[in-house]
Design a protein around this ligand. Structure first.
Ligand code: NDP
Length: 298
């Protein structure tokens, strides 16, 4: 039987990119850098994490961030605020954290309650402490190709891609999604890494055809399993950013990505799983940004 006659079932499966393992290696490096900062400065790098309201997923994320910061030798300053907290109270807290010398990074967990203007809060954070990389100052520097604090999820994707592929120069990258948090900074990072970059979104025409051009496909749409086999160039590296909570008939929750893993695995060269792919890298990059902010401020 020729290779072209092989059924999809007989083709080799894509390499699974183990984000958990890579994030663990990264956290060990960060711990060394945090300890070296503490030796020089007589204090640990500090991360303030601000959570407003009772969104259960946000509580889980914040607890994981605080725990992993502590394990890496980063002092954390958690602020869990009631959902009735006013915008001016939150802005006053941000101003206090900006002035607090023990705090090198400030993370405000999104989404915020509707009565608080997210942009106003993001812009109130000192750009030197903006470890989420969402402040317009850092967005502008990233777009200008200058050193900056870079949003954690796209940074995690970039590190996974570089670990897997080495030099990305000249590769064709397609990104599904154009949010300020993932899609747009991802595009800029890949452009800065000398990829040829296309961004597609809900108004794009013939999405499968666009995606099939990609050596690197990064998917951040928030649509469970939307990327099937017909979106994939054989051998492509596929990064699934999507985190979607689905319930089965018995009411049990499970997490799935935006990529149909079983369908894509026989075509792609490498693929991140959900969970265990991009998610762990996001927190590791938050810790990396905190130590980097601490070093820049010292
Ligand atoms: P947003 O909802 O802000 O953006 C989604 C983007 O996908 C939009 O640009 C939208 O297009 C596009 N899109 C939606 N549906 C389609 C479609 N059918 N075809 C083409 N494009 C589509 O989401 P985020 O960027 O914040 O997050 C995306 C996903 O990543 C979510 O599942 C989220 O949970 C996950 N996530 C995971 C993180 C991690 O740590 N692993 C961190 C952050 C997010 P348009 O602009 O036209 O509306």
């Amino acid at each position: 039987m020729t290779k072209s006659m092989e059924s999809v079932e007989e083709r080799p499966k894509a390499t699974v990119i183990d984000g958990r393992a890579f994030a663990q290696t990264l956290r060990a490096e960060i711990a060394v850098n945090a300890a070296s900062f503490a030796d020089r400065q007589g204090r640990q790098p500090g991360l303030a994490v601000v959570l407003v309201g009772d969104d259960p997923a946000s509580h889980v994320y914040v607890s994981a961030k605080v725990r992993q910061a502590s394990e890496a030798g980063i002092a954390s300053f958690p602020h869990r605020l009631d959902s009735s907290t006013s915008e001016s109270e939150l802005l006053a807290l941000i101003a206090a954290l900006n002035a607090d010398e023990r705090v090198d990074g400030i993370l405000v967990q999104l989404p915020l309650p509707n009565h608080i203007d997210e942009n106003m809060v993001i812009e109130a954070i000192d750009p030197a402490k903006d470890v989420d990389g969402f402040h317009p100052y850092n967005v502008g520097r990233l777009h200008a190709g200058k050193p900056s604090l870079v949003p954690c999820t796209p940074l995690g994707c970039l590190l996974l891609l570089q670990e897997r592929l080495g030099d990305l120069s000249g590769l064709k990258a397609v990104i599904v999604g154009r949010s300020n948090i993932v899609g747009k900074p991802m595009a800029q990072l890949l452009l800065n890494a000398h990829c040829t970059v296309t961004v597609v979104h809900s108004r794009s025409r013939d999405l499968p055809k666009e995606c099939r051009q990609a050596d690197i496909l990064v998917v951040a749409a928030g649509r469970p399993g939307m990327i099937g086999a017909d979106y994939i160039k054989p051998g492509a590296t596929v990064i699934d950013v999507g985190i979607n909570r689905l319930e089965d008939d018995a009411g049990r929750a499970r997490l799935v990505g935006d990529v149909d893993f079983a369908a894509v695995s026989p075509i792609a060269g490498a693929l991140t799983p959900v969970p265990g792919g991009v998610g762990p890298m996001t927190i590791a990059c938050l810790l990396r940004n905190t130590v980097s902010a601490a070093n820049s401020r010292s």
